[in-house]
Design a protein around this ligand. Structure first.
Ligand SMILES: [Zn+2]
Length: 632
């Protein structure tokens, strides 16, 4: 998940050739296939099964559900084999992306997947032609078929907004230009952009890419430099703001066109229908967060004081309070991480230990390796994790995050039939953020100095600001912008800037000194163009995780045991029901304000702890503060 947490100064160990890195720091893909020949045989088997699936077309209504069951079973076999066939070459390719041969194999699998998509396109329309009560009768008599009940009934539920053949054809023709506004945004903001060159106070000239811009705001302790790059970077968007507005209008009109064509009341209804999420979830998220901005403001006021700034601007909000010096060697983290999940019980701890020590993780960077981090759910084997561990605090929390995903995968795969083994994005970031929250608590207890505690607290607070507050503010912006077109109102750059700036001020109150250029920040945000109504899910996951954390760590005795049980049940549930239902069973109701309030309380408590650390550190901090001032 992308957050706006500040980047740390990279402290990567020297880049080593892959073959010189000891095996215990590399994943072992032989767990998937012993060699490429075995992969090739599986690939051919997959190809054969896909043809067999295609041959079932036109038979679903026969055999009182027997043929339907056969179709689901072969689809499951194809799905299970697909995981292994895809990930074996995809993970191998990520070890060194200069490997052309592996890249070709990857593409070969993608072509096979496209073939399967074509070979299976008949399935849903053919099933939906059979009346649901008849299929329900079959399920009542056939317990093997009944396993697929949720998947089948959900398909019929979605059917409500599927048009007749003529209508669907028309929409498929229209879909060919629906990506044009985003493509144009990407070209304007990336491919065709002329990055400005800025001269910093020390004389260096910097080409202001987005990465450079972020890095300067997160590392440069001289405020006029930050102000200068902020101004130059925003000029890029001011200069083309009307073009950005008309591209964004294209996105809004497209979404409204699709919503109306399919008979949804609003664009938000259309966006939430797939996961069966009521719109009150988003409305409640927005309202409750807006009412809980005081700890956010308190944090910024505190930052202003610690950084010793006379005025405090948008470009001052990501600077670290302390320079980070601590290093976190990977072997230490391997001990800490299982210790941190003690609140989840010994079984969970044991399984995590196994996940960390069994050749599931590719730890260090090497030439050609894919950047970033992920957890790959290889069904029938185990999850794999890709890291680029460089001993920084960010890297440590990245491992905690990916380990949360992997444990979710492990439990879900172990307890669900294949058809429900995958979980939705609406739940995916709950275990990862909960794992980070548990790890933070552990690290705070272990911290060797007040200074380190301050660094940890800032890390946690910036995580909440970036993954929660900013994302809710974005969701609010998207909702207001879409409502313009739904209400038949004009969409102009002025109007969009007004919505954005008003929101920005509503969140930050008097804690920030505003610059007019913040008005156009909306024009830059890629999510608005690429994936409308998507980022709110980061915030709902975070809220769910905050409430679960409260239940897990706040209670004691049988109440605590019940909370652990509910949480593990959530992880074991995969995608076996709608995400809201699964979360409700875990004790989280996102239609109510409590989960969001749990985040507000969490932030409030963290800011208070930060304040206490700062105050108890006042003498040494004064020294730090005066160095900062002298650098300014
Ligand atoms: Zn994640």
């Amino acid at each position: 998940m992308e957050t706006s947490a500040p980047a740390e100064a990279p402290a990567a160990p020297p880049l080593r050739d892959r073959h010189t890195i000891p095996d215990r720091f590399k994943w072992n893909l032989a767990h998937i296939f012993p060699d490429v020949d075995a992969w090739k045989r599986a690939y051919d088997e997959l190809d054969t099964k896909i043809s067999a699936y295609a041959a079932l077309q036109g038979t679903l209504a026969q055999g009182d559900g027997a043929r339907l069951l056969a179709a689901y079973k072969i689809s499951d076999e194809i799905g299970q084999l697909s995981y292994k066939v895809w990930y074996y070459v995809a993970l191998k390719y990520d070890e060194d992306q200069r490997d052309n041969e592996m890249n070709a194999r990857r593409q070969q699998v993608q072509i096979l997947f496209a073939k399967f998509a074509q070979a299976s396109a008949w399935f849903s329309p053919e099933l939906l032609n059979i009346p649901l009560p008849r299929v329900q009768e079959w399920m009542a008599q056939n317990h093997e078929l009944a396993v697929y009940r949720f998947a089948i009934e959900d398909l019929y539920r979605q059917q409500e907004h599927v048009l007749d053949e003529k209508g669907e054809h028309l929409l498929s023709l229209a879909s060919r230009f629906s990506s044009a506004p985003y493509d144009a945004y990407a070209a304007l903001s990336t491919a065709d952009v002329k990055h400005p060159i800025v001269r910093l106070s020390n004389g260096t000239e910097v080409t202001l890419t987005y990465g450079q811009y972020r890095a300067i705001l997160a590392t440069n302790r001289h405020q006029p430099d930050r102000a200068a790059v902020f101004a130059e970077y925003h000029k890029l968007f001011e200069a083309s703001v009307n073009t950005y507005a008309s591209l964004y209008n294209g996105i809004l009109q497209r979404d409204w066109f699709h919503a109306q064509s399919r008979g949804y009341r609003t664009t938000l209804d259309a966006a939430l229908h797939g996961n069966n999420i009521p719109t009150t979830v988003v409305e409640n998220l927005i309202e409750t967060t807006k009412a809980g901005t005081e700890p956010l403001r308190r944090y910024h006021r505190l930052r202003k004081r610690i950084l010793g700034l006379g005025t405090y601007h948008a470009y001052d909000t990501t600077l670290p309070l302390m320079d980070v010096t601590e290093k976190y060697p990977y072997d230490d983290v391997l001990e800490w991480l299982p210790a941190s999940v003690a609140p989840l019980g010994p079984d969970y701890q044991r399984q995590l230990r196994e996940a960390l020590n069994s050749g599931w993780i590719d730890v260090y960077e090497n030439p050609g390796k894919r950047s970033g981090a992920y957890s790959a759910p290889v069904y029938g084997v185990h999850p794999y994790m890709l890291l680029n561990h460089n001993d920084t605090l960010d890297a440590v929390f990245t491992l905690a995050h990916e380990a949360g995903h992997s444990m979710h995968t492990l439990l879900s795969h172990a307890h669900q039939p294949f058809v429900y083994s995958d979980y939705t994005i609406f739940i995916a970031e709950v275990p990862s953020t909960l794992s980070e929250a548990l790890f933070l608590e552990y690290m705070l207890e272990q911290a060797r100095s007040e200074r380190e505690r301050i660094v940890l607290l800032q890390h946690a607070i910036d995580g909440i600001v970036g993954t929660f507050y900013t994302q809710v503010m974005f969701a609010d912006y998207e909702l207001q912008a879409h409502r313009l077109v739904e209400g038949g109102q004009p969409v102009t750059s002025e109007r969009l800037s007004e919505i954005y700036f008003t929101l920005f001020k509503t969140y930050h109150g008097d804690a920030i000194d505003y610059d007019d250029q913040s008005r156009v920040t909306w024009a830059r945000i890629p999510h608005f163009y690429s994936t409308p109504y998507y980022v709110y899910q980061y915030a709902t996951c975070f809220a769910s995780s905050a409430q679960l954390m409260k239940q897990l760590t706040g209670a004691s005795g049988p109440e605590k045991a019940a909370a652990i049980d509910r949480y593990l049940t959530l992880l074991k549930s995969g995608g076996s029901d709608h995400p809201m239902t699964l979360l409700q069973r875990a004790g989280v109701d996102l239609a109510r304000p409590e989960p969001v309030r749990a985040v507000v309380e969490q932030l409030d408590a963290l800011v208070t702890r930060l304040e206490q650390e700062i105050n108890s550190q006042s003498s040494s901090l004064k020294a730090q503060g005066s160095t900062l001032k002298s650098q300014k």
